[in-house]
Design a protein around this ligand. Structure first.
Ligand code: GLA
Length: 397
């Protein structure tokens, strides 16, 4: 297998060569993401504010003339090969079951299947070699990065002419129906539409998005990611359970989605539902409002003004939505105690990463404090690094 120390574009090219004996036709890449605020609001048709990070996944791709698709990756032992015409037998994956191919391969193959579904397949096969620097299982959307890189490559090589927004939706179809994870549209949108120094304010009902400048460098601020190394997965368990609770809450309130409720509706909601469902609903309703407040604060006062909203978001996820874990709470508390302006877990929860908004000059001090707090609590050492809002999916070569 290819050396993991290579940059991902070199590793993907080398793997492609190893696989096919020739050079790829091109390299396409897509980033992971950090969600600044707006958690679990996407599948409730609400608002999110993620940004793409500089860690990317690269797909080295070339056409072949036998109608077969072969995918290989630096994180798997063996390539997986299927005839394009057989993808319709492989997918969709039944809800609650594992895909019929190794899970990592369901992402790129699922993208190919979603792209061909309903379109006249050209019948042209492809070889795809994937390498990534997005940490897996950290809540930074390594899966959306694979989907974005693959979808961008196939869109171009198969002359499909789809927009970045349409490719995000293809990625979500692959995730939901091929991998079997009932996720929303946030991660794929961030990976496709990211831009330097900006967050993407997305209305998940209308699928309208706007870039909101973050001005991190001018404000002398940085975003620190604290990867707890507690692995999470969205195909099973808690994530699906939270979705069900949200649907239940919306049904009780007689609305299409929790997006349709405002903070003023919460008193009535408290009377109509059990305590757990109510707290799930309260998280979504207040989180939607916090996204709107964060966008307004960023536009009026800049990133320095959003710290308290991040802290309130974390408390809501910990107490009402109950998707945090002890390591994430420790990360947030230690960062705040060491002077972070705000901190919260990011992504689906049940593990993964937290983010902290910190003075650029205080990155080392806050990092040391978090590492020390983890050691005191007897947790495995976390991985800390800063991220910059970066460009979305693109062709590299
Ligand atoms: C995961 C999902 C997203 C979103 C977040 C929670 O990242 O993929 O669609 O639901 O969790 O905000």
């Amino acid at each position: 297998m290819t050396q993991p120390t290579l940059a991902p574009h070199e590793a993907a090219s080398a793997l492609f060569n190893e696989l096919t004996g020739h050079a790829p036709m091109g390299l396409w890449s897509a980033p992971g993401r950090v969600n600044l605020i707006g958690e679990h609001t996407d599948y409730n048709e609400g608002f999110v504010l993620p940004f793409a990070i500089s860690h990317r996944t690269v797909a080295a791709v070339g056409l072949r003339d036998d109608g077969r698709i072969r995918v290989a990756s630096t994180f798997a032992e063996e390539p997986v090969e299927v005839h394009l015409a057989d993808l319709a037998q492989v997918f969709p994956t039944a809800p609650g079951s594992a895909p019929a191919v190794p899970e990592w391969a369901a992402y790129p193959l699922g993208v190919a299947w979603a792209l061909l579904d309903g379109r006249s397949a050209s019948g042209t096969g492809v070889d795809i070699a994937i390498a990534s620097e997005v940490p897996v299982g950290a809540g930074l959307s390594s899966s959306a990065a694979i989907e974005g890189a693959t979808a961008s490559a196939l869109n171009e090589l198969w002359n499909l002419g789809l927009s970045a927004k349409e490719l995000a939706s293809i990625g979500r179809t692959a995730e939901n129906e091929a991998v079997g994870a009932p996720t929303g549209i946030m991660d794929q949108t961030a990976s496709m539409l990211g831009a330097p120094d900006a967050a993407i304010f997305l209305d998940c009902r209308l699928l309208d998005s706007e870039l909101v400048p973050l001005g991190m460098a001018e404000a002398h601020l940085a975003i620190l990611v604290i990867d707890t190394h507690v692995k999470h997965a969205h195909a099973t368990g808690g994530y699906r359970d939270r979705r069900d609770a949200c649907e239940r809450g919306a049904a009780v309130m007689g609305v299409a989605a929790l997006r349709d409720l405002s903070v003023a509706d919460l008193a009535r909601a408290a009377e109509l539902m059990d305590d757990v469902t109510f707290r799930r609903v309260r998280h979504i309703v207040t989180e939607n409002q916090r996204v709107l407040d964060t966008v307004a604060a960023l536009r009026t006062h800049g990133a320095r003004a959003i710290g308290d909203l991040l802290v309130a978001s974390h408390a809501s996820m910990r107490d009402d939505f109950e998707i945090s874990v002890a390591e994430l709470d420790t990360a947030v508390e230690a960062a705040l105690a060491a002077g972070a302006l705000g901190a919260r877990m990011t992504g689906g929860g049940f593990g993964g990463a937290a983010i902290a908004l910190v003075e650029a000059a205080a990155v080392d001090a806050v990092s040391d404090a978090v590492v020390a707090a983890f050691a005191d609590a007897g947790f495995a050492e976390p991985h800390l690094f800063t991220v910059s809002p970066s460009a979305g999916a693109r062709r590299n070569k």
